[in-house]
Write a protein that binds this ligand. Structure first.
Ligand code: MF3
Ligand code: CO
Length: 250
């Protein structure tokens, strides 16, 4: 069932959204050559707890960390590790979720490590812009497919591969609620969007083809099939009478 939130409930999601956004920004500020993804995870864990929240991912289906750190050809769900160090020229997608007062916020962004190629800078910019194209469609009486189509058509106009095996999702007291929000689809199709729905819009865009591989031994990390890089942006968005409102905002 698709959960509809009252305006009071949407207001109550602000603290988890604000904290998720702040942690993502601050972790992003630590991204530099030589930092390990474990250091980023530990920082996020400490800050979320210091602010009275709980990491949404830690222990979720057995996930072993507080954030996801997915480097280069890793699409999503990379697990932080002291053995994984960022190098100049890498890109890293960081996904952060925080629970505050029983409500869940979820957001992600891709960061450049030092100087990266123009090709990777464009991949990052277009992926973020495709997310905003989708957010712009998150209005009452539109359909999920309007979001999907907006993301897909924007990203594909650059020749990129839009990941279809992983999607955005409804979010609230649980991290994953109905409906799924695919990043590919057709206008006017899929569930009707209604005032009071809260959804995570999260395009995963590949420099090469859309195909994925994995997860393998670690049970989590998803890779591009062609080993080319991938970017990921995500925001938690409420559908309100005034249009889309980003909840994961400071
Ligand atoms: N942000 C991710 C999502 O939208 C959640 C990471 S999966 C976890 O599905 F297991 F790490 F929590
Ligand atoms: Co999500």
């Amino acid at each position: 069932m698709i959960q509809i939130k009252t305006p009071e409930e949407i207001a109550a999601m602000r603290p988890c959204g604000r904290l998720s956004a702040r942690v993502l920004r601050k972790v992003g500020e630590l991204v530099r050559p030589g930092v390990s993804t474990y250091e980023l995870d530990r920082f996020a864990y400490d800050l979320i707890n210091l602010e009275g929240g709980t990491p949404a991912f830690l222990g979720y289906n057995g996930y072993p960390a507080s954030i996801c750190t997915s480097i280069n050809d890793q699409i999503v769900h990379g697990i932080p590790s002291p053995d994984v160090v960022l190098y100049e020229g890498d890109i890293v997608s960081i996904d952060v979720g925080a629970v505050v007062d029983g409500w869940v916020g979820d957001n992600a962004a891709t960061f450049a490590v030092g100087e990266v190629s123009a090709e990777l800078r464009q991949l990052i910019e277009v992926t973020e812009a495709s997310m905003w194209e989708g957010i712009g469609q998150a209005m009452a009486n539109a359909h999920v497919g309007d979001i999907s189509f907006a993301v897909q058509s924007y990203a594909e106009s650059y020749g990129y591969g839009v990941v279809y095996e992983y999607t955005g999702h409804g979010i609230g007291r649980k991290m994953h609620e109905e409906p799924n929000i695919p990043n590919f689809g057709r206008r006017g199709e899929g569930p009707l969007l209604r005032e009071g729905m809260v959804i995570a819009i999260e395009p995963m865009i590949n420099l090469g083809t859309a195909d994925t591989r994995g997860p393998y031994a670690d049970k989590w990390t998803v890779f591009t099939a062609d080993r080319k890089p991938s970017a990921h942006f995500e925001k938690t968005v409420a559908i309100t009478a005034e249009g889309p409102v980003v909840i994961t905002e400071e």
